[in-house]
Design a protein around this ligand. Structure first.
Ligand code: AMP
Length: 253
């Protein structure tokens, strides 16, 4: 496995792979990896000759400076996990290299990015779509893998790939959960023991189902601070704040 932080170095390796005729799978991440990320990686390894994983805490998708600063980072542990999994390249560029335009250009979706996460995190999806478009152009993968954990993100990335005639196939992968049902997330490490127990309750209330109003009132009854609970396209989606940590999840309705 090679860890690459300079884009020129990556570009020449990409050319070599192109000449060799390798198919390339890509998994974009913000690091602090867990089994959820590794499920995407493993699927890419099965479906492609070569797999690239990017690790970049993307500043433009954070609407709160404190959340960006508190985001867990552990490149050494991440690279160890990816090497063990059999990944070929880890791309870990500086944000400045990715935003060589000085953050002047961005992708905006004007409709579906404005609800749910977008309504609570202004500019979040502009940041996500911009970095994903840049990374897809840099990596030029045949397939890119995204988790259903970030359901709205997956839908918006699919929409962007279609709208902008991208060659990459966008593949959605199921949510990986802890034994007690909590969706795995890099942010879970920031939950203390009490908050961790309430986070599991959040997952079980959501999985028990019901109308959006019923789920909201059950969560509020448990003292959980609810950002939203909404039904969309046959999914029940929710975001809450527990112990200062924002958690999202979704289930088939
Ligand atoms: P992140 O590092 O949080 O940006 O996530 C990178 C990718 O991993 C995204 O496509 C996420 O949807 C996906 N992902 C994160 N957590 C999970 C999970 N628990 N199950 C499946 N995919 C996940």
């Amino acid at each position: 496995m090679i860890v690459i932080d300079d884009l020129a170095g990556w570009s020449s390796l990409r050319d070599e792979w192109q000449s060799a005729g390798y198919s390339v799978g890509f998994v974009p991440t913000m690091g602090a990896l867990h089994e959820g990320h590794l499920s995407l990686v493993n699927r890419s390894l099965v479906e492609n000759d070569r797999t690239v994983v990017s690790i970049l805490v993307n500043p433009t998708q954070f609407d709160e400076q404190g959340d960006l600063e508190a985001y867990p980072r552990d490149l050494e542990r991440d690279t160890l996990l990816l090497e063990r999994a059999g990944v070929h390249v880890v791309l870990a560029p500086d944000p400045e290299a990715i935003y060589r335009d000085g953050y002047r250009y961005r992708v905006t979706e004007k409709d579906r990015s404005r609800s749910l996460e977008g309504a609570h995190r202004p500019g979040h999806f502009d940041g996500v779509l911009t970095v994903v478009l840049k990374l897809l152009h840099i990596v030029q993968p045949d397939r890119a893998y995204f988790g259903e954990k970030d359901w709205q993100q997956l839908e918006l990335v699919r929409g962007m790939a279609d709208a902008l005639f991208l060659d990459t196939e966008i593949i959605g992968c199921p949510i990986v959960r802890e034994a007690d049902g909590l969706a795995m997330s890099s942010r879970n490490v920031r939950l203390d023991a009490g908050a961790r127990a309430r986070a599991a309750e959040f997952a079980s209330v959501l999985q028990a189902g019901g109308s959006a109003e019923q789920v909201r009132s059950r969560l509020e009854g448990l003292g959980i601070d609810v950002d939203y609970v909404e039904m969309l396209d046959g999914r029940l989606l929710a975001a809450v704040r527990i112990g200062g940590v924002r958690l999202i999840d979704n289930v088939p309705a």
